[in-house]
Ligand binder design. Structure first.
Ligand SMILES: Nc1ncnc2c1ncn2[C@@H]1O[C@H](COP(=O)(O)OP(=O)(O)OP(=O)(O)O)[C@@H](O)[C@H]1O
Length: 600
């Protein structure tokens, strides 16, 4: 009996009609009176009997030697077909793979950015009808005209996860796709990947493409620096592509910026010198002192000058502990600046800013004082995070262990730092920042009113004769903005709407009403301004804040400065830093430098 017959037998047995026929034909039904009920009873009884009779027979048939052999044959054929299918599939995959060069990049990786930028220049992407729009920064920022609204809003276009883009590169067919994978199961974090496939057997072309992409990306972002921050305690996320800050925009006392910049430059170019002498190739800088004195600004300027990305690490960020700190450090790129802001915050257990910058927090300020009660203890606990001193020291050594990295640490509480942190080899050069000197106040004023004119702006005309006074109000254009009642606002300021407060005395509008005064006039006003502002009393940030209220009114800025100083002096406590007036011109440099060594 072959398999077909067995199948027929099975179907025959399972078919109730055939059972019925079978029963009626083989066992004649006993004579019974007509009526529906006995018929049904006889039918169901016959079926179950037949089933009972057929099951052993069926089992016998299924298990008989020839049937088993037939089953085995069926299985064998099936296995052979499946085996063949898989072999062909593997062979095809291998053949297919041998035709392509494939590279996969994590979407957060730099190489993915190069590729995105490269792709953005290609017609295939520009004419794509399925793209993703995002406001994440730093990917493709030049898809359209730079002066259009897209660029202003930082809108970027990304390859859609649903589409594969095909194009030609040096006569080679390329496919680029973006995939999203859930890391850690369906509830995990989604991770995006970019995959590029090139129809070629040589990986050299891929390298060429990547080199070209990197070159294009770097050229397009020459004027920008990348700023990344530690996120979720254990990974870096680029937050912004920042315009490079020009050295002239950071006003420090003469020589300070140059000293640190040259030192960092010299360090980066002396790898061999360090290696020949067996000295670990590392350099750390500690910038400390008054808040708002330009520490962060100086670091960003140096990053721009050296063309390095900045990785900001705040030790008080939630979820950070020794292990995640170590992991973050190990994920830093080769050449970069690591910025550890407020390095004291994790260990000092107090907010010390008020001591250095009392004008920033007058007595009426709502900043809680550290009086040792339960609530301030809770604040301290939040601040301390999970990083221990030894964990931080290991991290600092880890930063140094990776070549070409420069560490900048900032603090407002130099005295609170552990000597182990300050020793040379971890933080080599210590630079102290003070509140603004007379020189800085003067230079700040000059820079504020002599910036390069922007398009459509009348800022800084060189006509000496045309002064603020010419406009009749000492403030050209000040009265050009009518109030809702129709009358002009006094002095060109726009009153704050109800419920809106500002750290500045009032708002004012920009370019269209800018002053027409010459550099010579600005210099004279700057002299007067610097004479009015007492040295070492206000931070540069505070002076900048004051001038912001007089964006287009330099004369008024000078005229009203004395009153402002008087008011601020009244508002604040006697500054702790006033007694520390420093003849070095605002910045003390220590470490391997001509000035005294402050490190232990
Ligand atoms: N020396 C300076 N020259 C020019 N601008 C300055 C200077 N110092 C501060 N500013 C301005 O003040 C603001 C704050 O400066 P910055 O963040 O660099 O100060 P900081 O010393 O790092 O402060 P903090 O200790 O609070 O972080 C910036 O807008 C910056 O432009």
């Amino acid at each position: 009996m072959d398999a077909t017959q067995i199948l027929q037998a099975v179907l025959y047995i399972l078919n109730p009609l055939s059972l019925h026929e079978n029963t009626t034909s083989t066992t004649p039904a006993p004579q019974s009176p007509p009526g529906p009920s006995p018929k049904i009873a006889s039918h169901s009884a016959g079926s179950s009997d037949a089933l009972a009779l057929s099951l052993p027979r069926m089992l016998f048939m299924l298990l008989s030697a020839s049937a088993v052999w037939d089953w085995a044959k069926l299985l064998l054929i099936g296995a052979l077909v499946e085996g063949l299918r898989r072999t062909l599939r593997t062979a095809w995959d291998k053949f297919n793979k041998s035709l392509w060069v494939t590279a996969t990049f994590e979407f957060d990786d730099h190489a993915a950015d190069w590729l995105m930028h490269w792709l953005s220049k290609k017609k295939a992407f520009q004419s794509a009808r399925d793209i993703e729009v995002s406001t994440r920064s730093g990917t493709i920022d030049d898809l359209g005209d730079n002066d259009n609204q897209e660029a202003e809003d930082n809108v970027v276009f990304l390859p859609s996860t649903a589409q594969t883009y095909s194009l030609w590169y040096k006569r080679c067919y390329i496919m680029i796709s973006r995939d999203r994978v859930m890391n850690g199961g369906p509830f995990g974090r989604p991770k995006d990947y970019i995959q590029i496939r090139m129809l070629t057997r040589s990986p050299a072309l891929l390298r060429e493409l990547l080199r070209e992409a990197r070159k294009g990306y770097k050229a397009a972002n020459e004027h920008l620096i990348e700023v990344s921050v530690a996120e979720d305690g254990d990974r870096w996320r680029r937050v912004v592509m920042q315009t490079k800050r020009s050295p002239s925009s950071v006003i420090l006392d003469p020589g300070v910026l140059e000293l640190v910049l040259n030192d960092a430059r010299d360090f980066l170019s002396s790898k061999k010198w360090y290696a020949d002498r067996g000295i670990p190739f590392r350099r750390g800088y500690l910038l400390h002192g008054a808040p708002g004195a330009g520490k962060t600004s100086m670091i960003h300027t140096i990053a721009g000058e050296l063309g390095l990305s900045v990785y900001i690490l705040s030790l008080t960020v939630g979820g950070l502990n020794d292990n995640s700190l170590k992991s973050l450090i190990s994920h830093l790129p080769k050449s970069c600046i690591v910025l550890m802001e407020d390095i004291d915050a994790a260990f000092t257990r107090s907010i010390k800013r008020d001591i250095l910058d009392p004008e920033a927090h007058p007595p009426s300020s709502s900043v809680p004082e550290d009086n040792g009660d339960a609530s301030s203890n809770a604040v301290r606990e939040m601040q301390t995070g999970g990083v221990t001193l030894s964990g931080l020291l290991n991290a600092l050594d880890g930063i140094a262990a990776q070549e070409g990295r420069i560490l900048f640490a900032t603090t407002n509480s130099y005295g609170a730092l552990d000597p182990a942190l300050l020793r040379p080899g971890r933080l080599d050069l210590h630079v102290e920042f003070h509140l603004a000197s007379t020189y800085q106040a003067k230079e700040l004023f000059k820079r504020f009113y002599t910036c390069a004119p922007s398009e459509g702006s009348s800022h800084l005309a060189v006509d000496d004769e045309k002064t603020e006074a010419d406009s009749g109000s000492g403030d050209p254009g000040a009265n050009s903005l009518p109030s809702p009642a129709g009358a002009p606002y006094p002095s060109g300021t726009i009153p704050m709407p109800e419920g809106v407060s500002s750290v500045y005395p009032g708002g004012s509008v920009h370019d269209s009403r800018a002053s027409n005064i010459s550099e010579k006039q600005v210099a004279a006003l700057a002299e007067r301004f610097a004479e009015i502002v007492p040295p070492r009393m206000f931070s540069m940030a505070t002076l900048q804040g004051y001038l912001m209220a007089y964006k287009t009114r330099p004369h008024a800025a000078v005229d009203e400065a004395a009153l402002w100083v008087q008011k601020k002096t009244k508002d604040r406590l006697v500054p702790a830093s006033a007694s520390r007036t420093d003849s070095s011109g605002g910045v003390t440099v220590a470490g391997r430098s001509p000035v005294a060594d402050r490190s232990p």
